[in-house]
Design a protein around this ligand. Structure first.
Ligand code: FAD
Ligand code: E1W
Length: 466
C-alpha cells in the first residue's frame, strides 16, 4: 500500500495521529494553519486547559508520552460545587484516588505532541492553511499567511482540522457527507483566576490574604474541578500547574442572564457579584478578559460519512465535534487516532477498507458520547438537584460497591475505562431504569430492597470483561 500519508491540522488529534503513524513507518506530512507554537507561543499566551481521562491517557501511553505529560498534569479528585450561599462541597468522581481525572494545558500538550511527531519522523509544515483540494489531480492547495499558494500531492489525506474543517468542505464538494450541525443555545467565555501571589491583596477576603502571606500557590483547592451550577447556566474552573485556574462561563445566548444581555465586562462583573460572588475577588482582570476574549459557540456535528473511498478521512472534531460537558472531546479524538493507526498499520494495501472499518467502529461510539455530553450539561447545571435525584446517586454508589464489574456508574465507564462509549451508553440506560424502579416512592437509602436490586442487576446486566 501507499505508505505516504498527509494530515491536515496539527492540533491535539492531528499531532497524536501523526506521531502514531510515523512510529509505524508511514511517511507522514502534516500541514497546520497556525505558526509553530513552540516558536511563536500558543493562542496569544492564554492558558487554556482540558480534562484528560483514561481514554486520553491511553493514547499518550501508546505514543510514549505518559511520563512527559504526567509531569504537567494536575489531579482532579472530584467536582467542587460552589453553592449560591458560598459554601462548597467536594463530590468525588470515583471510588478513591485511583479514579481521578487530570487538568492539562492545551498548549503544553500540543507542543509535546508536536515534538513527539517530529521525533518519530513526521514533517510538519506550519503557517499552511488548507484552501481546497483538486480530487482529480490528488492535490491539496494551501495558502500561507502572505497568501502565497502551495500545492501538495496527497493520494491519501486525513483531516484533523477541527470543527470548522476545510478538508470536510472540500470532501463535501465532491460527495455529500450528510452533514448536520446542531447548535447549542448556549455559548462560553474564558476568564482567569491568576496564581494567588498575582491577585491584588486589596481585593482578597481576609482568609485568602493570610494564605497569600503564607505563600500559597493556588487561590482555591487545586485538586478539583470547580463548578458553580446555577440552573440554566454555570461556571467551571480547572487548575493550571503554575497556580492559576482557567474559568469558563457557560451562558445561554439569549435571555437573562445570556450573552445577548451580558455584553460588556461591566455587565459580567454585575453577574458575578450576584451569582458567583466567591469567585469575583479572584478574577482581577474580569472586565479585560471578558471584553478581549471571544464568545465561543457550542454544538454537535453529525456526519453520515467520514471518508471518501480510500482518498480522504476525517477524525477528531472534524468528524464529530461535541459539546464539552463531559470533558471527552479530546479523549474521544485520541481514541480515533489510536484506532486509525492500528487499522492502517494492519491494512495490507486497502486504505478504502481501513477507512470504512474505521467509520464502522468509531461512529456508534462518537454518536454515544455526543448524546452523553449533551445529557451531562443538564445534570451539571442543576447539581443542586432534587431529593429523588440525590437518592438515585447515593443508591448508584451503593450498587457499584455491591456489584463491582456489573453495576458500574456511567460516569466511571466513560471516564475511567476504555469500554466503548456505545456500551457505556447502553448499560447506562439499563442502570437508570433499575435506579428508577428501586427508588420509586422511596425517600431514603435504607428503604431500598437490596435483594430485589441484586436480582434486577443479575438479570439485566452481564458482567463486564475484567
Ligand atoms: P482542534 O483542537 O480544533 O485542532 C484542529 C487543528 O487544525 C488546529 O491546530 C487548527 O489550527 C488546524 N486547522 C484548522 N483549519 C485548518 C486549515 N484550513 N488548514 C490547516 N490547518 C487547519 N475535550 C476533552 O477531552 N476534555 C476537556 O476538558 C475539554 N474541554 C473543552 C472545553 C471547551 C470550552 C471546548 C470548546 C472543548 C473542550 N474539549 C475538551 C474538546 C476538545 O477541545 C476538542 O475535542 C479537541 O481539541 C479536538 O481536537 P482536534 O485536533 O480534532 O481539533
Ligand atoms: C468532567 C469543560 C468541561 C470538562 C469536563 C467536565 C465538565 C463538566 C466540563 C464533567 C463533569 C471533566 N466534566 N464534571 N463533574 N461532573 N461532570 O468530568 O471534564 Cl463543563
Amino acid at each position: 500500500m501507499n505508505r505516504e500519508i498527509t494530515l491536515v491540522g496539527a492540533g491535539l488529534v492531528g499531532a497524536l495521529a501523526a506521531t502514531l503513524l510515523a512510529q509505524r513507518g508511514f511517511a507522514v506530512s502534516v500541514f497546520e494553519r497556525r505558526q509553530d507554537p513552540r516558536i511563536h507561543g500558543f493562542l496569544g499566551g492564554r492558558s487554556i486547559n482540558l480534562a484528560l481521562a483514561e481514554r486520553g491517557w491511553h493514547g499518550l501511553r501508546v505514543a510514549g508520552l505518559q511520563d512527559r505529560i504526567g509531569q504537567l498534569a494536575v489531579m482532579m479528585r472530584g467536582r467542587m460545587v460552589h453553592h449560591l450561599d458560598g459554601h462548597t462541597e467536594l463530590l468525588r468522581y470515583g471510588r478513591d484516588d485511583s479514579q481521578v481525572i487530570w487538568s492539562v494545558s492545551r498548549g503544553a500538550l500540543n507542543m509535546a505532541l508536536l515534538d513527539a511527531a517530529e521525533a518519530a519522523g513526521a514533517r510538519i509544515h506550519f503557517g499552511q492553511r488548507l484552501a481546497g483540494m483538486d480530487w482529480k489531480g490528488s492535490a491539496l492547495q494551501f495558502l500561507d499567511d502572505a497568501g502565497t499558494p502551495r500545492s501538495h500531492a496527497a493520494p491519501v489525506v486525513i483531516g484533523a482540522d477541527g470543527a470548522g474543517s476545510a478538508l470536510r468542505a472540500a470532501m463535501t464538494a465532491a460527495t455529500a457527507l450528510g452533514e448536520r450541525f446542531e447548535p447549542l443555545e448556549h455559548g462560553y467565555k474564558e476568564l482567569e483566576i491568576p496564581k494567588l501571589s498575582d491577585i491584588p491583596a486589596a481585593t482578597l477576603p481576609p482568609a485568602l490574604s493570610r494564605q497569600q502571606e503564607r505563600g500559597d500557590l493556588f487561590a482555591m483547592e487545586p485538586n478539583a474541578l470547580h463548578i458553580w451550577p446555577r440552573g440554566n447556566y454555570m461556571c467551571i474552573a480547572l487548575p493550571n500547574a503554575e497556580g492559576s485556574f482557567t474559568v469558563t462561563l457557560f451562558l445561554p445566548n439569549a435571555g437573562n442572564p445570556g450573552f445577548a444581555n451580558v455584553r460588556t465586562g461591566a455587565d459580567a462583573r454585575a453577574l458575578f457579584a450576584r451569582d458567583f460572588a466567591d469567585a469575583l475577588p479572584l478574577i482581577p482582570d474580569l472586565e479585560r478578559d471578558f471584553d478581549a476574549n471571544p464568545t465561543g459557540i457550542l454544538g454537535t456535528l453529525y456526519l453520515d460519512r467520514w471518508h471518501l473511498h480510500g482518498r480522504a478521512l476525517l477524525i477528531g472534531d472534524a468528524a464529530h465535534a461535541i459539546v464539552p460537558f463531559h470533558g471527552q472531546g479530546m479523549n474521544c479524538g485520541f481514541e480515533d487516532a489510536v484506532e486509525l493507526a492500528e487499522l492502517l498499520h494492519n491494512a495490507a494495501n486497502d486504505t478504502a477498507a481501513a477507512f470504512a472499518e474505521f467509520q464502522r467502529r468509531r461512529k456508534p461510539n462518537a454518536d454515544a458520547i455526543a448524546a452523553m455530553a449533551l445529557e451531562n450539561y443538564v445534570e451539571m447545571r442543576d447539581s443542586v438537584a432534587d431529593a429523588s435525584f440525590l437518592l438515585m446517586r447515593a443508591l448508584e454508589r451503593q450498587l457499584a460497591a455491591r456489584k463491582p464489574g456489573r453495576f458500574v456508574p456511567r460516569y466511571w465507564m466513560v471516564t475511567f475505562s476504555r469500554l466503548p462509549y456505545s456500551v457505556a451508553f447502553r448499560r447506562g440506560e439499563i442502570q437508570s431504569a433499575i435506579l428508577r424502579e428501586l427508588s420509586a416512592g422511596k425517600t431514603a437509602l435504607d428503604q431500598v430492597d437490596l435483594a430485589h436490586a441484586d436480582r434486577l442487576i443479575d438479570e439485566r446486566l452481564a458482567p463486564l470483561p475484567n
